[in-house]
Design a protein around this ligand. Structure first.
Ligand code: ADP
Ligand code: ADP
Length: 229
């Protein structure tokens, strides 16, 4: 079983009475515990593809199987449940909750979505804080830490419910080059430690060398079948 498998996948947005094709028939397969980049310029379809993989949007045609589930069969509620159970997200602008501490931000999915009991939550948050090197910053708020540190917290939050897959749309776009590299190295280490698949997008060709498998998107089409770096 592939973790992700797309066959002749398309997505066309309808804007008024105009069709905007964003993904134009792509095929790919991604195996468990991979470290994968989708690379391409702005407008090439990266967000559209990641949104479909994250069950945030339905394909227009073709099939996309995530953990062997055809995502077109999931209604809104089933998609939300599937995401909560299996997929973690990392964002370009970190999306931490400003009024919560680092600890509370990482804990949030366990408290609000998974409803783990207090002690089990605490142990899991401490484990993740340690894994991303933020144990000594647990009581700070997001505005008291650097961009690189915020993204480390976001990586911890994405992993805290032990998802099979983490999706990161342009996770390094707001970081300087060295910090970007450190975040990708951290994600790769998390992949090694937790055997979670990471799929990230970037418009920055300099960053793509950090991935183990790269797919290049150009105007909604894949330029290769998955290049192993
Ligand atoms: P990228 O993430 O690589 O910048 P996107 O997936 O955001 O690319 O966009 C791919 C194409 O789809 C672009 O032509 C964009 O204008 C269009 N597009 C993206 N989102 C929407 C939307 N919600 N409605 C209409 N068109 C969209
Ligand atoms: P990291 O080393 O965590 O990847 P950076 O390279 O962005 O993050 O920052 C290096 C160090 O500078 C951080 O560990 C942090 O202590 C400090 N720092 C940077 N920006 C800030 C900030 N806005 N507030 C507090 N400390 C900061």
């Amino acid at each position: 079983m592939s973790l992700l498998r797309a066959e002749n996948l398309t997505k066309t947005y309808r804007v008024g009475d105009i069709d905007v094709p964003a993904i134009k028939g792509v095929d790919f397969a991604i195996e468990p515990a991979s470290f994968v980049a989708f690379v391409g310029p702005s407008g090439s379809g990266k967000s559209t593809l990641l949104n479909m993989i994250g069950c945030l949007d339905h394909p227009t045609s073709g099939t996309l199987r995530v953990l062997d589930v055809d995502i077109a069969t999931l209604d809104r509620r089933a998609a939300a449940r599937f995401r909560g159970e299996h997929i973690g997200f990392v964002f370009q602008d970190f999306n931490l909750i400003p009024v919560l501490t680092v600890f509370e931000n990482i804990e949030y999915p366990l408290r609000m979505v998974q409803k783990w009991p207090t002690e089990k939550r605490r142990a899991q948050v401490l484990r993740l804080l340690d894994a991303v090197g933020m144990a000594d910053q647990a009581n700070k708020r997001p505005d008291q830490i650097s961009g690189g540190q915020k993204q480390r917290v976001a990586v911890a939050r994405a992993l805290v419910s032990q998802p099979k897959l983490v999706l990161a749309d342009e996770p390094t776009a707001n970081l300087d080059h060295d910090t970007a590299y450190r975040i990708l190295e951290l994600m790769k280490k998390m992949r090694d430690d937790f055997e979670t698949t990471f799929v990230f997008s970037t418009h920055d060709p300099k960053i793509m060398g950090a991935a183990e498998v790269t797919f290049t998107l150009e105007d909604g089409r894949l330029q290769d079948g998955g290049h192993h770096v």
